[in-house]
Design a protein around this ligand. Structure first.
Ligand SMILES: Nc1nc2c(ncn2[C@@H]2O[C@H](COP(=O)(O)OP(=O)(O)OP(=O)(O)O)[C@@H](O)[C@H]2O)c(=O)[nH]1
Ligand SMILES: [Zn+2]
Length: 326
């Protein structure tokens, strides 16, 4: 006689433990417990796809863990192109966009990252690195004038080993990061690794350990990672008040397909300041008569609060986001 099969026991609430996702690789992730222990966890089923910064409930399964519940997210920072969605991280306080005097940054990529942050209501900070390179720095700083004018914090810094360790700019930046969780984004060569290594002296060791744990010995260079920054915390800072940086690749090809074109102007503070004045409520700010945004675009005949370059970026993005979605 066939015995009735027992239904697999559902985990009891008391078996579940809280944890923070500190790295992801493919389908597995590394979870840190409130006591600071780290273990590999696997999401149960497809729906629990986690990202760095997620708070989860997990339970032990052998010497690894299984993620049973993903806690609600405050925000989720992501990019999306025609083919795939790539989440960067969740539950962020700030997005730090690190660009440099050299190599020259793309204003379009900068604007895309800012739009993505605005869309999730995460405060962005722009840091312009390599202030020791006087002439290219002056030019790059000038190009950032519209971003300062629209209210963003734009911070000059130098992470050069030749600069004084207590560079005033770096100290001012640190004051903006203290006690918060910040995702660091930037193009290749802008100084992201230099920044992380400056603030997290054990970063390289930790990165090696994470690669070993998650990828059974192979070196992974393309995953997102969480670092605590104890140097910026007061002794015995409460868990929620600790400083963290998240390092993530993928500034290139920053797709914004998850944003409706009609929302775009609201995610660009220089345009947003004027959309209320347009004659038509559904104005696209591209060609309409009585458009209060177009009236602010600088050109040879008029001075305004919106730079020609920014309006051009808006128009390109609008067009891109209006293409047929897949
Ligand atoms: N002159 C100067 N060079 C710097 C400064 N900060 C970083 N660098 C140099 O810039 C180069 C790139 O820095 P990284 O920290 O590797 O840049 P990254 O953003 O991590 O680049 P990827 O790993 O390609 O994403 C290195 O040679 C650094 O030594 C700076 O303030 N001034
Ligand atoms: Zn308009």
């Amino acid at each position: 006689m066939n015995k009735p099969k027992a239904r697999p026991a559902l985990p009891q609430a008391q078996d579940l433990e809280p944890g923070l996702v500190v790295a992801t690789y493919g389908r597995h992730c590394l979870v840190e417990t409130p006591e600071g222990r780290r273990l590999i966890c696997h999401p149960r089923g497809k729906k629990n796809q986690v990202v760095v910064g997620d708070q989860v409930l997990w339970q032990i399964a052998g010497d690894e863990g299984s993620i049973e519940k993903l806690q609600d997210r405050r925000n989720l920072f992501y990019r999306q192109d025609e083919i795939r969605t790539k989440s960067f991280a969740a539950n962020l306080d700030r997005v730090l966009i690190l660009i440099a005097a050299d190599p020259e940054y793309s204003e379009s990529q900068l604007s895309r990252a800012l739009v993505a942050a605005e869309a999730e209501r995460i405060t962005p900070i722009i840091a312009l690195n390599k202030s020791d390179l006087a002439q290219p720095f002056a030019q790059a700083w000038e190009r950032l004038a519209p971003y300062r004018a629209m209210g963003y914090s734009v911070m000059p810094i130098s992470l050069s080993p030749r600069s004084p360790v207590a560079d005033d700019g770096v100290q001012a930046l640190c004051a903006h990061l203290q006690g918060l969780t910040t995702l660091v984004l930037g193009p290749s060569g802008s100084g992201k690794s230099t920044l992380i290594n400056r603030l997290v002296p054990d970063a390289q060791v930790e990165t090696g350990e994470i690669s070993l744990a998650l990828n059974s010995g192979k070196h992974t260079t393309t995953s997102t990672r969480w670092y605590w920054v104890p140097a910026l915390d007061t002794p015995n800072a409460a868990h929620a008040d600790r400083t963290a940086l998240i390092d993530s690749p993928g500034f290139q090809e920053f797709g914004l397909h998850h944003i409706e074109p009609t929302r775009l102007a609201d995610c660009m503070p220089d345009l947003r300041a004027h959309v209320g004045g347009c004659k038509f409520y559904n104005c696209t700010h591209l060609h309409e008569p009585g458009c209060a945004v177009l009236a602010q675009v600088e050109n040879e005949h008029q001075t305004g609060t919106i730079s020609v370059r920014r309006h051009r970026i808006y128009a390109q993005l609008f067009e891109e986001l209006s293409q047929q979605r897949w």
